[in-house]
Design a protein around this ligand. Structure first.
Ligand SMILES: Nc1nc2c(ncn2[C@@H]2O[C@H](COP(=O)(O)OP(=O)(O)OP(=O)(O)O)[C@@H](O)[C@H]2O)c(=O)[nH]1
Ligand SMILES: [Mg+2]
Length: 158
């Protein structure tokens, strides 16, 4: 689970684990495992501040999915998020990873719509893997499980 600082990664992780919200920036990572629809999801939530993004690559190996979280309420930082996402999509170690983009903070008034956000992130250009963009709110929980539903479906052992 990656994305720039403040996107809401830790909030999402804590929501699915039914933990109290806690809001300090992540330095390092949080690791949680979740039983969901007969699958075990091992989720690494890695801090997104610029100065620690160079550590992201330590978490690539064997990742079956990249969950990329974006703050839909802050259009000014979408270009930065797009740049980081495009870099990740070029990583060899992530070439087989499915992509779930959470358009988070959909509870905020006047936030970007899911389709506008998808356009701004150039998601339509992603042709080398399965991807899905899910509107959600880590605050209310809306949309969070719909994203996981998609994920467990594409991760199902064939
Ligand atoms: N309104 C609203 N606020 C949110 C939502 N998700 C997260 N926030 C707030 O956004 C801020 C950042 O959330 P975090 O979960 O700490 O963000 P992060 O992506 O883990 O940030 P780093 O650990 O620095 O990479 C906090 O103040 C959260 O309460 C949401 O869905 N809606
Ligand atoms: Mg965090």
């Amino acid at each position: 689970m990656l994305g720039i600082d403040g996107a809401g990664k830790t909030s999402l992780l804590r929501k699915v684990k039914l933990l109290e919200p806690r809001t300090q920036p992540t330095v390092g990572f949080n690791l949680e495992s979740l039983q969901y629809r007969q699958q075990t999801l091992v989720m690494w939530d890695v801090g997104g501040q610029e100065k620690i993004r160079s550590l992201w690559h330590h978490y690539f190996v064997k990742s079956q999915a990249l969950i990329f979280v974006v703050d839909s309420s802050d259009p000014s930082r979408i270009p930065e998020a797009r740049k980081e996402l495009q870099k990740l999509l070029h990583e060899t170690e992530l070439k087989d990873a499915k992509l779930l983009v959470y358009a988070n903070k959909q509870d905020v008034q006047n936030c970007l719509s899911v389709s506008d956000l998808a356009d701004m992130l150039d998601l339509s250009l992603v042709e080398d893997r399965e991807w899905h963009v899910q509107g959600c709110s880590a605050s209310t929980g809306k949309g969070v499980y719909e994203g996981l539903d998609w994920l467990v479906e594409v991760l199902k052992p064939s």
